[in-house]
Design a protein around this ligand. Structure first.
Ligand code: NAI
Length: 301
């Protein structure tokens, strides 16, 4: 490590920062000079109730360590209020870490529409509303660093988490598309899928399993991705326990079937081994690369 990455002069909004991962992100950014809006509604792990205590406590911790922070207890669903609060207190916004969330795990056959829409509201709508309210400013100042918190449950699919997984992967779709629109204005948007000890994971893992997975071992990735010198954008990372990895889409070489005018399900069946063979697979890096096979067909190649 040669120099220290600092955030002096930067203002960060960290949602759900009253505990767990958000608290660790807020403490890390503040310890390196960022002024932080510590947002947390103070709800339970299933999203019930409110409590002003958690956000206030983290602000105390930051101030005790010599940092600058202010508490905010609005729900992320009222995203524009968070943005207004950051502007009122600090006059600017540079970094947004969308981290607030809760679980409502239940088998799909028992899932209610409320279980679905509550999770949509906190994870996806909340992130949308905050970023949407801040976006004009980020564009005008030609600077922004945004993190959206995804999950392995969304990337891979997990039992009992159809609601959660759907919106967690959608958050990466949000990151990817925002990254395209933000690139020319130096607004970088990335997703992280963390694994860490928190009240959300304590219900399914033992203290012994979780001991090496402190939330603080996720925050350094947030630190790098939200730093002004980091060029990464539109990407998805898995991170936990000190391990960091980048994910990408992979596509098999694919098969052209039939004569271009018509083809039958039997031909798809017969071509199946080639269609699903990842030998020689490619990793399209952007929309144009993704569309390249269709482009070739349209050009008659
Ligand atoms: P946590 O429960 O400790 O933290 C979430 C915080 O969000 C809580 O303090 C809660 O009060 C707050 N919150 C909930 N609804 C809110 C709302 N409407 N407005 C403002 N704040 C609200 O849990 P953890 O583990 O720190 O989770 C942080 C994020 O990381 C979540 O989005 C979670 O889904 C995600 N995640 C965590 C994983 C883990 O291994 N801990 C795994 C994958 C994703």
């Amino acid at each position: 490590m040669t120099d220290t990455l600092r955030y002096d002069g930067r203002v960060a909004i960290v949602t759900g920062a009253g505990g767990g991962l958000g608290r660790a992100h807020a403490l890390m950014l503040a310890s390196r000079g960022a002024r932080v809006l510590v947002n947390d509604l103070g709800s339970s792990a299933a999203g019930a109730g409110t409590d002003t205590g958690p956000a206030a406590k983290v602000v105390e911790e930051i101030r005790a360590a010599g940092g600058e922070a202010v508490a905010n207890t609005d729900s992320v669903i009222d995203g524009s209020k968070l943005v207004e609060a950051a502007l009122d207190h600090f006059g600017q916004i540079d970094i947004i870490v969308n981290n607030a969330g809760f679980l409502r795990d239940v088998g799909f056959h028992k899932m209610t529409e409320q279980d679905w829409s509550d999770l949509y509201d906190v994870h996806l709508l909340g992130a949308f509303r905050i970023v949407h309210a801040a976006w004009p400013r980020l564009r005008d100042q030609s600077y922004g660093r945004i993190i959206n918190t995804s999950s392995a449950a969304g990337i891979y699919g997990n039992f009992g988490q159809v609601n959660y997984g759907t919106f967690k992967l959608a958050l990466h779709g949000f990151s990817q598309a925002l990254a395209v629109e933000g690139r020319a204005r130096n607004i970088h948007v990335n997703s992280i899928a963390p694994a860490a000890d928190s009240r959300l994971t304590r219900t399914v893992m033992t203290p012994e399993q979780l001991a090496p997975m402190r939330a603080e071992l996720v925050s350094p990735l947030v630190g790098w991705l939200t730093h002004e010198t980091c060029a990464e954008t539109g990407s998805l990372f898995e991170v936990g326990g000190g391990w960091v990895s980048k994910l990408r889409w992979q596509r098999t070489r694919g098969e052209r079937i039939g004569d271009g005018k018509d083809f039958a399900p039997e031909q798809v069946r017969d071509a199946w081994p080639a269609i699903v063979d990842f030998e020689g697979a490619e990793a399209p890096a952007d929309f144009a690369a993704g569309m390249a096979p269709f482009q070739k067909i349209m050009e008659g190649a």
